[in-house]
Design a protein around this ligand. Sequence first.
Ligand code: PLP
Ligand code: ZN
Length: 396
Amino acid sequence: MRDHLFCTACRREFPIDSAFPRCDGCNEPLEVSISRAKPSIKTDAPRLLERFLDFMPLASLHAGISLGEGDTPLVKSSAAARETGIDRLFFKNEALNPTWSFKDRGTIACIEHALNLGYERIGTVSTGNMAASVAAYGARAGLQTYILVGSNLPEEKIAPIAIYSPRLILVDGDYGDLYFRSLEIGKQRGVYFMNSDVPFRVEGSKTIAFEICEQMGFEVPDNLVVPVSSGGNFRGIIKGFEEFLEAGLIDGLPRFIAAQADGCSPIADAFENNREAVERIVKPNTIAKAIANPYPPSGNQVLRKLRQHGGIAMTVSDAEIESAQELLARDGIFGQPAAAAPLAAVRKLVSQGTISGTQSVACVVSGAGVKSMSHLAAKEYQGTRIAIEKLQDVFR
Ligand SMILES: *Cc1c(COP(=O)(O)O)cnc(C)c1O
Ligand SMILES: [Zn+2]
């Protein structure tokens, strides 16, 4: 069978050479289906997508597009391992990507697809990491790049996007509508909108799962914890494990755990109440801005996957996130609040007895702490003040 897209809800099929990411019947997200006889990892390939090309809906890759995305370390915890009593606790540190979040994995997969289809214009809707990622890779590929943001975006967030010289559009009006509206306009006007959960972005996120399997010697962790907003990354990670299982590279799946913030938890709410569809959150309120999507476009598909695999969706408070951010830092890793939510979730699951110390756990640290400093500035991390003449006293 040839590579194609299919609807995650009604299973209708669509051609792979479409940039429109949703089913025109039920408006649920589409997903890539690929079938290869005997896919394998090209272990000596230097670039991410080359290494996993057998698992990608791409025949070949373009030169001069990669920025060295992926291949991030899986760090075995010391401090957090001691504190939680989980000896085999790991952090997949996605802060080490070219624009400091996992978004680069999906962005490069989308850019390869867009170039294959002959697009000269790309775009995204985002306020943070995805905007920076698409702007950076768009610049590198020499594509006209449109970044749509809400007009109330704080100034400090503009420069890290604008530095790459995209067409930055500040849109007045309902930011929640922008996701769907941009897709419609993209279809009419020939702009490839690589939003949060489009099929090729999900394909890029699979590589997080692939790398974790490799780094753990093809033993899967008992628990895999991911901070979830739109649901695109979580879908990709689950799909990656499923494909390695299917290829015979691993012999089981982890328990998949979605971590959301108390102040914006449409997926965890629906999960706990046994609903099949997410409901829009009216006023998101959390320091973890990267997981504050009030109406996740892949929310329903995440719910379907959690039920299929016996996964969990849960919430953590801002206080728990801040505390986890500090604990993560004691392991030497500075993640942004969203990236610390998985560790906060692990602490909670340990105290509830859902995770025991004999199990292994991998947390996805999704993006870098330097990208989100405002809640820390308010906090006063103080040093000790001393006159230079007395400096030796410090070391008594
Ligand atoms: C985008 C992002 C998330 C959420 O990922 P989704 O695919 O939208 O669920 C989590 N953490 C960070 C740092 C992000 O940039
Ligand atoms: Zn459908």
